[in-house]
Design a protein around this ligand. Structure first.
Ligand SMILES: [Cu+2]
Length: 316
């Protein structure tokens, strides 16, 4: 789903489409050609017309033709693919740097001025280099309208770059099956005019938080959306992957610590520990190691806002 203004959405569209239509065209030609030859042979060489089978002993010209022609076709396919792929590895030196962080199960995007966003917001006609980081398993960042996709492998430095050429919203999603809620791992590329982007980029105070309103804990909710907590935790009592946040604060929790069951009160200290060091103890009935540690990824101030949000869920 995207707006078109006559030009391609990204710099890769035309070379990609050339390769695609070339290969699809050859495939279609071969499919139709071979089907007709096959039907002709069925008709021409059936048993009624040819009672006695004949053995043909090789034909040099035929052998050379059906070896050389496919090789040439395959080389052309390779050439178009190669020409389309080559520029993907050479980001322009003036490209804007953005880091895409993938985790089970959301994307977030970090900018050089510290801004963070759940959508990939970029200015039109400016080359963008996206550094690809995974915090857990292999994900893949796919932007169909841009004809670009790359795996995101934990521990490996990878990037993609592109030139957004038209303003509008474009789908972005994970294209590598990464677990239970993989299909929810989708986001947007939002291409703004240069002026609108400058305004958006300069506004570092609000993050995405302004959008959430000012009810108690609203900022905590916005931070959790960005950090992907809501992919595994609900706020309405339903169990997704992890326990729900509803009525969690102050409740009695049974956790498994050093192999023994312990009952603890979910106070501020407990919640902090569960977020920063989830391996130290595990809530009974849930798998260990699914939730990653957020140590160093969430500031103390943000942690306090998250806990304020969790508290607010009790008051209803
Ligand atoms: Cu994924």
């Amino acid at each position: 789903m995207y707006s078109t203004t006559g030009i391609d959405a990204s710099n890769y569209v035309s070379t990609f489409n050339t390769a695609f239509y070339f290969i699809a065209g050859i495939s279609l030609f071969l499919l139709i050609g071979l089907t007709f030859i096959m039907l002709y042979f069925v008709f021409r060489y059936n048993k009624k017309k040819n009672k006695i089978a004949v053995q043909n002993e090789g034909n040099i010209l035929l052998e050379i033709t059906w070896t050389v022609v496919p090789i040439i076709l395959a080389l052309f396919m390779f050439y178009f693919g190669w020409e389309g792929w080559k520029p993907m590895n050479k980001p322009p030196s003036n490209a804007m740097n953005i880091t895409a962080t993938a985790r089970m199960w959301n994307f977030s995007f970090q900018y050089e001025n510290g801004k963070e966003s759940p959508d990939l917001v970029v200015p039109v006609n400016t080359p963008v280099k996206v550094n690809l980081v995974s915090l857990d398993v292999i994900h893949s960042l796919f932007i169909p309208a841009y004809r670009i996709k790359s795996d995101i492998v934990p521990g490996r430095e990878k990037f993609m770059w592109f030139l957004p050429q038209t303003e509008g919203d474009f789908d972005l999603y994970c294209a590598e099956y990464c677990g239970l809620r993989h299909s929810y791992m989708k986001s947007m590329v939002r291409v703004l005019s240069k002026e609108k982007f400058t305004a958006w980029y300069g506004d570092t105070t609000t993050l995405v938080i302004a959008a959430e309103g000012s009810s108690p804990g609203a900022q905590g909710l916005a931070i959790m959306k960005l950090q992907g907590c809501l992919a595994c935790h609900s706020s309405d009592g339903s169990k997704i992957v992890g326990p729900t946040y509803l009525n969690l604060f102050g409740s009695q929790q049974i956790v498994i610590r050093n192999g023994a069951e312990v009952t603890v009160t979910a106070d501020t200290a407990y919640l902090k520990q569960m977020i920063l060091d989830p391996f130290s103890q595990v809530v009974k009935g849930y798998p260990k190691g699914l939730m990653q540690s957020y140590k160093g990824k969430i500031s103390d101030a943000d942690l306090a806002k998250i806990i304020e949000y969790l508290k607010s869920l009790n008051e209803k």
